[in-house]
Design a protein around this ligand. Structure first.
Ligand code: LMR
Length: 329
């Protein structure tokens, strides 16, 4: 091939430049909003290292943590525009783009990690990736974080009425708004990065999040009460820009898939321990009161929130509802 650059410029150097351009490694920009020492932050780093190693640096993964480039909703536009090639948003953020993902926000849907894993690996995971693909995002894998807990400045939230008149920050999912509204609270959907400051200024009274997020972002500094409710599972979908993926040579695709598999397996092993460590740190804070909600108390929430199940099973596609493991129970 004799490049046109050579013919038009009359300089062989132009041809060389073209080759250098072609051989430049693929750069995969990966944006996420949490701290680096969290389940998602650490899995992202593992993934990047594994890709680097498997492709001898030909695929260069650059991570932007802590929402330094985009907040969670902006990430979806950036992915569509191919400004970033990979994101790993929390399920509740995806509901703004695909209502079928509301399913994760139904309160007390999963009672332990094993049930969540079954959902990731089974029909539910498949249905949801199929659904998000119709909306222009390529679903790669599910990543773990853990169950959400509730923090509040003035009291525990053990019974539904304990939330009355408190303002909670939630992610932008209608199910989450309605959950708190049904029990007499109100909600705000500030981006994750703003939560610490909004707690400090008193614009919100409480939060719901995983222990690793509550600890790593310092929310606990403004909160005296932590109720261990485990009311929803907070997990992530790793999403890619479909054209970037399609244009990646098959050997690189394979390397990316293998690296994702390794990071996912590592996270599955470690995410619960990372949240446990955060709980340990929180127990150390003198001002923090911690209460572990029991099954009878959880049952009261379930009763109070039952109408959400009825409403959203009419909004979430029936194929997705039916894909729930043990949907008959
Ligand atoms: C949030 O509360 O916005 C988070 O759960 C963010 C995340 O990605 O964990």
């Amino acid at each position: 091939y004799v490049g046109f650059g050579f013919l038009f410029s009359g300089q062989p150097a132009a041809q060389d430049e073209e080759l250098v351009e072609e051989e430049r490694p693929y750069v995969l920009h990966f944006s996420h909003v949490v701290a680096e020492n969290t389940p998602k932050g650490l899995a992202a780093e593992r993934f990047a290292e594994a890709v680097q190693e498997k492709t001898d640096g030909w695929v260069d993964v650059r991570i932007y943590p802590n929402g330094v480039r985009y907040n969670a909703q902006e990430e979806f536009d950036a992915l569509k525009e191919n400004e970033v090639q990979m994101i790993a948003p929390a399920f509740s953020e995806i509901t703004r783009h695909d209502p079928n993902w509301y399913i994760w926000d139904l309160p007390y849907l999963f009672s332990d990690e094993a049930e969540v894993q079954e959902a990731f690996e089974g029909e539910l995971g498949g249905e949801l990736f199929h659904s998000i693909e119709q909306r222009g995002f390529k679903g790669m894998v599910f990543w773990d974080n853990g169950f959400k807990q509730i923090t509040l400045d003035r009291s525990f939230v053990i019974y539904p009425e304990d939330a009355v008149d408190s303002r909670f920050r939630v992610m932008p999912s209608d199910v989450l708004h309605e959950t708190f509204e049904r029990i007499g609270g109100t909600t705000e959907t500030y981006p994750f990065n703003e939560v610490y400051q909004r707690l400090g200024s008193g614009e919100i009274d409480g939060t719901e999040n995983t222990l690793s997020n509550i600890y790593s972002k310092g929310f606990y500094r403004h909160q005296d009460f932590l109720t261990l409710t485990d009311h929803n599972y907070l997990g992530y979908a790793v999403l890619m820009n479909p054209s970037f993926w399609k244009d990646l040579p098959p050997a690189h695709q394979e390397a990316v898939n293998e690296a994702l598999e390794e990071a996912t397996a590592w996270l599955r092993e470690e995410s619960a321990a990372l949240n446990e460590q955060a709980l340990y740190q929180l127990r150390y804070q003198e001002h923090m009161h911690i209460y572990d909600q029991n099954e009878l108390e959880k049952a009261q929430w379930r009763r109070a929130l039952q109408p959400l199940y009825e409403k959203y099973s009419g909004i979430i596609h029936e194929d997705v509802m039916e894909a729930l493991p043990a949907a008959e129970s």
